[in-house]
Design a protein around this ligand. Structure first.
Ligand code: 5AD
Ligand code: SF4
Length: 458
């Protein structure tokens, strides 16, 4: 019998991408094979995101398409299960089935370990199932080990989930629940396994990753810096990164690590959201613009060349032109190497959604445009400043043009060079020759000798 086919469509953040991979692995061990074609899938999973924009509406319109595919398959005598996972599943729960009866399973991010079981049950009973409880420990304890044989240079590992910060614009504390950290031993074992599979770079993920406090049997708990130092001891792991952080949780040890742990890459994503203290207070960020800037100063002292990245929201309720000018001014002073900026979007159930003074769409659009022009300029300036330098590039795959390979610099810039496929999965020195809007191009440094595949001694 040919294996059953599984199609997963992922929306949103890297945490969702990681979760999709783990769901695929769990179902692969149950005999499912992945397909890119939703129409031939016996099981379709939409892994949804709730953070911005009309995410919920997008899911329903996608469900409309999937329902048609399900009906078409039915007319050919084939059954299809539809599952909705992710943060929209968590937020909407059984409401999804009321609005989209073609859906068989609604599963929140904390219940993925039950997915294979839910699929079996839904297939056997034909009943709609909703799993949206919140025990995060269980989820991590039950997700399968990653299968051997899949090789990649860079991998994500979720170490922390959920958030207790309750920024007034944000759904995460409601959809992902309270903050939870995985045990260090479990993470170290996962990273060691990845290292034996050829992974050289690990990005630790969490909605509030620097609030990490992993339960440890000997000590009270491990902060993120302690976990990073431990992972740096694994020889085959050459690069470490983490994302995404809150300014309040950037402790001294974590900052110092940028200066004294060579495996920690010089890149920090640290959202500031707004430059006006009044708006920051209304957002419940619990810091001022000056405190953010002072923190950036400390980080730069530890690692002067660090690439800084951020998230910014324009048009939060009550934001005036003068408040927005402060956002522009703060961005201009810091000069980010990378930035993500968004129009404020009211999320149902969050405190900011019912605030007075919602900003008209046109003003949001204008502010976003002005901000992005500034941010684009700074990003290009950062990229141009690396032209003429020699950077270590971890090659992750082929480039767009034949003969090209592509990878990332320590600053997370995409780099393209002419080079042999054998370099994929390896780090090489590259002389950077040019910066185009989305990537750098360069040549492998003369005299660079490929040492052959690194033995994955861990
Ligand atoms: N509207 C606009 N942007 C938002 N973000 C989170 N919630 C909202 C919202 N309601 C942005 C923040 C956060 C990033 C992941 O998404 O900038 O840091
Ligand atoms: Fe949302 Fe991040 Fe604020 Fe937590 S810290 S509530 S995830 S924006």
């Amino acid at each position: 019998m040919s294996p059953k086919k599984l199609h997963i469509k992922t929306f949103g953040c890297q945490m969702n991408a990681y979760d999709s991979e783990r769901m695929a692995e769990a179902l692969e061990s149950q005999g499912y094979a992945l397909t890119h074609d939703a129409a031939e899938a016996d099981l379709v999973i939409l892994n949804t995101c709730h953070i911005r924009e009309k995410a919920v509406e997008k899911v329903y319109s996608e469900l409309g398409r999937v329902r048609l595919a399900k009906e078409d398959r039915k007319s050919r005598g084939l059954d299809t299960l539809i599952a909705v996972a992710g943060c929209v599943a968590q937020a909407e729960g059984s409401e999804i089935m009321a609005r989209a009866p073609a859906v068989d399973i609604v599963v929140g991010p904390q219940s993925y370990h039950r997915l294979a079981h839910l699929v079996e049950e839904a297939a056997a009973t034909g009943k709609g199932l909703v799993a949206t409880e919140f025990p995060a420990e269980e989820k991590f304890a039950h997700l399968p080990d990653r299968p051997k044989g899949k090789s990649r240079a860079s991998a994500f590992v979720t170490v922390q989930e959920g958030c207790d910060k309750f920024c007034t614009f944000c759904v995460v504390p409601y959809t992902r629940g309270a903050e939870f950290s995985r045990a260090p031993a479990e993470i170290i074992a996962e990273v060691e396994r990845l290292a034996t599979m050829g992974v050289r770079e690990i990005t630790l993920l969490g909605q509030n990753v620097n609030a990490y406090h992993g339960p440890h049997p000997d000590e009270s708990s491990w902060p993120l810096a302690r976990l990073l130092r431990s992972l740096a001891e694994i020889p085959a792991i050459e690069r470490l990164r983490y994302t995404t952080s809150h300014p309040l949780d950037m402790d001294e040890e974590l900052i110092a690590l940028f200066g004294n742990e060579p495996k920690l890459m010089p890149y920090l994503h640290l959202p500031f959201q707004a430059g006006s203290d009044r708006i920051l207070a209304a957002m419940n960020r619990k810091h001022t613009a000056a405190q953010y800037e002072a923190l950036i100063g400390k980080v730069r002292q530890a690692r002067p060349d660090i690439a800084l990245s951020t998230d910014i929201i324009v048009g939060f309720p009550g934001e005036t032109d003068a408040d927005f000018e402060e956002t522009l001014a703060l961005a201009a002073r810091v000069r980010f190497a990378q930035a993500f900026s968004f129009k404020y979007s009211p999320r149902p159930g969050t405190p900011a959604a019912s605030l007075e003074g919602q900003v008209p769409e046109a003003a949001k659009r204008e502010r976003l445009y002005a901000l992005q022009s500034l941010l684009d300029g700074d990003r290009h300036a950062f990229d141009r400043a690396t032209v003429g330098r020699s950077l270590e590039v971890l090659f992750e795959g082929r480039g767009r043009k034949p003969g090209q390979i592509a990878g990332r610099s320590p600053y997370l810039q995409a780099v393209h060079v002419e080079g042999p496929d054998e370099l994929i999965g390896q780090i090489a020195d590259v002389d950077i020759l040019a910066a185009s809007p989305n990537s750098l191009t360069g040549v492998i440094k003369s005299g660079f000798e490929w040492r052959g595949p690194v033995q994955a001694a861990v």
